[in-house]
Design a protein around this ligand. Structure first.
Ligand SMILES: *Cc1c(COP(=O)(O)O)cnc(C)c1O
Length: 414
């Protein structure tokens, strides 16, 4: 009997070792890993540069309080601002995506106090979107546009509303005097791999300007090269200038770290900046941004940049799309996504799915039996999240497994 709280319906496999794009279970069977801990192991498993950085830092200084100066944190913030965001701003380090989003939500509320409603009462509402996912903290589940994460956890927090994704008119109609910010994923990951259109992203930015709202991007799953360009929004609407961005997942390559960035843009006539609203005492964390986590993330980001993994991401996306299109499979409705966050949409009527199972989870279980780890994204989509440095041969092998497995599962026409 397990003593672990049963919050997960787990696949029946126990993983004990990894190298590159491969992992092994406790019986010695190997799998191609196109799940990568849900877009976390950006460089695959145990990449030498990351392993060495962690070993070296662990033996030098693992943790000190944020009450003291931390050079690795300063350097990582500099790299993120200068080489990745490339807009003036400041970074706060956390330990996960949900926590980073909580930081953005708190910032929205600070902003709503600084720039209140005409009667002086604060603005506090954060608009987000249906099928979004923003994490499992109380802030995260309230921002998330899926009922399943909220069941049994009401009363919900005030100040959240969800609008249909990629629907600018509905969003504009929902903006009210209490609205302070709009929070969105440039590509929705957990909600089924849905890409924001350029018109939508640009329209959201214009509405933020018009109504004095913060534009907050959740790049927890898509940031740092997953979609090609280091910042995913730049793959869609490169000229966009967000006010805040959150990250986690891939930025540590497997070491837990998250972060959020706030713009240095002025928020009042005196020139006070948005980033300065989160001043001393406003926010904190014991672990966030410790020397070990920052050394790990510095190694990951250096590898992504120096090896030009953006080029590999775009190349493999192209190869995957072309191969899947060439199958002309009746089981596949479309391939959605950007870079190496790809969703294979399934025609679920083509499969005989056992009672009580969601089609995508059922098929992911069959792919696992065939030697490929992939997670579902919603009930009808399987997600491909290989490492950013995945090779041609690994992509080909994985796609062979997908093709053979889907073909074997399609219910024959009577
Ligand atoms: C995974 C994810 C989160 C939550 O991150 P955790 O590290 O699990 O807290 C938030 N937003 C998005 C877009 C995610 O994909």
């Amino acid at each position: 009997m397990s003593h672990v709280l049963s919050t997960y319906a787990r696949f029946p496999v126990t993983l004990v070792r990894g190298e590159g794009t491969r992992v092994w279970d406790d019986a010695g069977k190997s799998y191609l890993d196109f799940c990568t801990g849900i877009a976390v192991c950006a460089l695959g498993h145990c990449p030498p540069r990351l392993v060495n950085a962690i070993r070296e830092q662990a033996g030098t200084l693992m943790h000190v309080s944020n009450l003291y100066g931390i050079p690795q944190q300063e350097e990582l913030a500099r790299v993120i601002v200068e080489d990745h965001v490339k807009l003036p701003g400041k970074v706060f380090f956390a330990n996960s995506g949900a926590e980073s989003n909580d930081g953005l939500i708190k910032t929205a509320r600070k902003f709503g106090h600084t720039r209140p409603q005409p009667d002086g009462s604060p603005r506090y509402e954060v608009l987000s979107f249906t099928k979004s996912f923003h994490g499992r903290t109380l802030g995260g589940i309230n921002a998330t546009g899926q009922d399943k994460v909220k069941e049994g956890f009401d009363p919900l927090l005030p100040g959240f509303r969800h609008l249909p994704f990629n629907d600018l008119a509905a969003l504009e109609a929902a903006i009210s005097p209490i609205t302070a910010a709009i929070l969105l994923e440039p590509v929705q990951g957990e909600g089924g791999v849905n890409v924001a259109t350029p018109e939508f992203l640009r329209g959201v930015a214009a509405l933020c300007k018009k109504h004095d709202l913060l534009l907050l991007l959740d790049e927890v799953q898509v940031g740092f090269g997953r979609c090609g360009p280091t910042m995913a929004w730049r793959a869609i609407a490169p000229e966009l200038e967000p006010d805040g961005i959150s990250w986690a997942k891939g930025m540590g390559g497997g070491f837990p770290i998250g972060a959020f960035w706030l713009s240095d843009r002025p928020v009042d006539a005196s020139g006070k900046t948005l980033s300065s609203l989160m001043g001393p005492g406003s926010h904190g964390t014991t672990y966030g941004g410790n020397p070990l986590a920052c050394a790990a993330s510095l190694a990951v980001l250096a590898e992504v940049t120096e090896k030009n993994l953006e080029a590999n991401v775009l190349r493999q996306e192209q190869r995957i799309r072309e191969t899947i299109a060439s199958w002309q499979s009746p089981a596949i409705t479309e391939v959605r996504g950007l870079g190496l966050l790809l969703g294979i949409g399934l025609d679920v009527t083509k499969f005989a799915v056992p009672e009580g199972k969601l089609p995508a989870a059922f098929i992911c279980g069959k792919l696992l039996e065939a030697g490929l780890l992939v997670p579902p994204a919603g009930p009808e989509t399987i997600r491909l999240l290989p490492p950013l440095n995945v090779s041609d041969a690994e992509v080909d092998e994985a796609l062979l497994i997908v093709h053979a497995t889907l073909s074997s599962l399609i219910t024959p026409l009577r």
